[in-house]
Design a protein around this ligand. Sequence first.
Ligand SMILES: [Mg+2]
Length: 217
Amino acid sequence: MSGTTEREEPETAGSQESRPSHGHATLFLDVDGVLNSYPVRGLRYYRERRRKARAWLFELHYRPRIVRLLDRLVETHDVDIVWLSTWSHRCTEELEPALGFRHTFDVIPMPDDTYNRFAADPDRWWKALHMRDWLDEDSDRRAVWIDDDLAAPATHARFERDYPADRLLMVAPRFRDGLTTGQLRDIRAFLDRRSRRDRRTAKRARLLTPAAPEDTP
Ligand SMILES: [Mg+2]
């Protein structure tokens, strides 16, 4: 469709094979500003191979490639994904099928109706409270937290102060872009790769699953 296309991320990174392992990690994933971003028109729409979808009465603007890379991440790396979004259970009920996810992930539902009103206050934002509880429960736990609201300086600074960089990786996409392949590269660098045997098993399972239409450019 387009002349210049962003290069697909290589699936293997040999340098990581010999890297010391850091342990399993959980990736907490937001929706708006991460998967869904501002409507994109013109050349950029085609260059980034964007799509539109409908869910929860909204029109979503997203990149199937990002969905595919997240799906693949849980197969190639020692990570599980958990939805941490105001979409709550709509993540599995509506978003996963609408965006074409092959996997389904656990959900941390919003406990009240505050949405992201307190995102700038690490002592009140429901996501910050959840992340703190989760990280403090076990000092071996490692997390990737992807949320555009992590751009809030006070929240970002608090978590940066309280958790070392090898325990918590915060990624704050810009709402106009959503999560990028460059940010996914940083995330992969934070994670351990699965063993060859695990990857083979995951790949076999994947071959048995019909690919989404967007998988074939
Ligand atoms: Mg958001």
